[in-house]
Design a protein around this ligand. Structure first.
Ligand SMILES: Nc1ncnc2c1ncn2[C@@H]1O[C@H](COP(=O)(O)OP(=O)(O)OP(=O)(O)O)[C@@H](O)[C@H]1O
Length: 232
């Protein structure tokens, strides 16, 4: 395979039946990072959730080429080769950090670091036995980011990954992203703050027009959809 290529064409994203942004055109290759910027409500999270396969595009296509899926076949879709780390940590509070990570390793499949090595890489050595709920907010975020290492996936889709991280942890995570890019992976990250990436590309999402905001009632009425999205 010749290397990762992600192509987004005519992509319109939305919540329920309400358009949030688009059409978007984008091509991203292995070794490249894209930061998604824009004011609150511009649609950054909506875009990332759509790329991760958690929301259906309202129109357009997302295609991938050049890498293998965990099942050993050429990748057919972005979600099967991507990690998604959203605003929430997606770790069970009462379960130990190690068992949470072992769950994700089984769920995601494919090769990856051991629990101990993943935790070491995010600066949390020796904490595998603790219930996730015992960790501080920043430690919880770092343990959640260890999911990126426990199973290898070429694309990291990250929603404000460094929120709650102290300066040293931000620098450590910048190093992990640099290693991932150097190995031919890609990073797509929504952020309000610099992530320490070297020369990332940028997709600046425009503020939602007033007319669009006025229509949001339609999407929010899709209460079941909103509730179903809440757990990640
Ligand atoms: N579950 C939902 N149901 C309906 N509308 C939603 C839902 N979540 C977000 N929206 C709406 O979709 C639009 C885009 O929201 P989104 O969360 O993608 O913005 P964002 O750019 O990530 O903002 P922020 O910087 O605050 O994280 C907003 O108008 C928001 O009100």
């Amino acid at each position: 395979m010749s290397g990762l290529a992600i192509t987004i064409s005519g992509l319109t994203i939305g919540r329920g039946s309400t358009t949030v942004a688009g059409p978007l055109e984008l091509a991203l290759g292995g070794g490249e990072a894209l930061i998604v910027t824009g004011p609150n409500g511009a649609g950054k999270s909506t875009l990332l959730r759509t790329l991760a396969g958690l929301l259906r595009p309202l129109a357009g296509r997302i295609t991938v080429a050049g890498v293998m899926a965990p099942d050993g076949e050429p990748a057919r879709s972005l979600p099967e080769i991507a990690h998604y780390v959203g605003h929430r940590n997606a770790m069970k509070p009462s379960v130990s950090v190690g068992d949470n990570l072992r769950f994700w390793a089984r769920f995601l499949g494919g090769p990856g670091l051991s629990v101990d090595d993943s935790l070491e890489a995010v600066g949390l050595p020796g904490l595998a036995h603790l219930p996730f709920a015992y960790l501080s907010a920043g430690q919880q975020r770092r343990a959640s980011l260890a999911r990126l290492l426990i199973a290898h996936r070429p694309v990291w889709i990250l929603d404000e990954p460094t929120a709650a991280l102290d300066t040293a942890s931000q620098a450590r995570f910048a190093g992990l992203m640099a290693d991932h890019l150097a190995s031919g992976g890609s990073v797509i990250a929504a952020t309000h703050q610099p992530l320490g990436l070297v020369a990332p590309r940028e997709l600046a999402m425009a503020p939602a027009p007033a007319e669009q905001a006025a229509k949001q009632g339609g999407a929010i009425a899709d209460a079941d959809l909103a509730a179903a999205e809440g757990w990640l």
